[in-house]
Design a binder for this molecule. Structure first.
Ligand code: NDP
Ligand code: 8X3
Length: 252
């Protein structure tokens, strides 16, 4: 479609699948993440397969200086962004409140909340105003409900929910759409990161039911992005059929 789509956290999971979907529909991409090798590999693959333009930007969303300096240096031809997809994020640990690790809390809040705020603020000057601009924030079912040992992660995703509502109000005067998408359990690198590389625990999260895939979520993101200019999905929860809430699963 020839739009410019800015996707954070495109080195894995939802972000990578979202990049592939938009590339397949002919959009040009700015993709970001910390793992430079993966960004470069994805850039070459998408350019080759879909003949689109891709700009990889390698920064940590927690690093305020880097976020703003990278965006300040954006090449001229990339300075009109149609859609910003705030996807970068993580959970770290699953511990009772009194036993949780303070560094894990800092990392989650710095990434999922402050990182999202920094990136959005830095992208704002380039986001199309007066029609065409769209911000899509990836929240979570953890931003709608709390669950045992979810404490700071749930707080960070409740913040994404609140920030999305707040952006929608404040950016109304620029006709910028704001969509928040809240997935339930999806099998990506998410649990491997949450459980700090423990593959057995990470796998056990998805045992006995079919979780969402990254492609399922990417399809929904693309759907929201392709609606007519006068239509905006504000808030959408996408769950595996086998998951009714944060805690109710039908496992076989
Ligand atoms: P992955 O771990 O597969 O991907 C996370 C992405 O975020 C990676 O590309 C990673 O890139 C990027 N990222 C993490 N921290 C930073 C950082 N400090 N700076 C820049 N990029 C960062 O997980 P998912 O694809 O599952 O998660 C994507 C989003 O969806 C997250 O916000 C997550 O909270 C949310 N979510 C996930 C669900 C699930 O069950 N999987 C359900 C609901 C929501 P890199 O490491 O290269 O920096
Ligand atoms: C990820 C889904 O249920 O692990 O946001 O919090 S959950």
């Amino acid at each position: 479609m020839n739009r410019i789509i800015f996707i954070t956290g495109a080195t894995s999971g939802f972000g990578k699948a979202i990049a592939e979907k938009f590339a397949a529909s002919g959009d040009h991409l700015i993709i970001t993440g910390r793992r430079k090798d993966r960004l470069e590999k994805l850039t070459l693959e998408l350019q080759k397969e879909f003949g689109i333009k891709v700009l990889p930007l390698n920064f940590d969303v927690r690093d305020k200086e880097s976020v703003f300096s990278e965006l300040k240096l954006l090449p001229e031809q990339w300075r009109s962004i149609d859609i910003l997809i705030n996807n970068a994020g993580l959970a770290l640990g699953r511990d009772n409140f009194d036993e949780a690790n303070l560094d894990d809390w800092d990392t989650m809040l710095d990434t999922n909340v402050k990182g999202l705020l920094y990136v959005t603020k830095a992208v704002m000057p380039y986001l199309k105003k007066g029609g065409g601009g769209h911000i899509i924030n990836i929240g979570s079912i953890a931003g709608k409900e709390v669950y045992e040992k979810g404490n700071a992660y749930c707080a960070s995703k409740h913040a994404v929910d609140a920030i999305s509502k707040s952006m929608r109000v404040d950016l109304l005067r620029h006709s910028i759409k704001v969509t928040a998408i809240h997935p339930g359990a999806a099998e990506t690198e998410f649990s491997l990161v949450r459980f700090k590389g423990d593959e057995t625990i990470a796998k056990s999260v998805y045992a006995g039911f079919q979780p969402l895939s990254a492609n399922d979520v990417a399809d929904v993101v693309l759907y929201c992005a392709n609606l007519p200019a006068h239509v905006c999905i504000n808030d959408l929860t996408i769950m595996p059929t086998a998951q009714a809430s944060s805690v109710y699963f039908h496992k076989v």
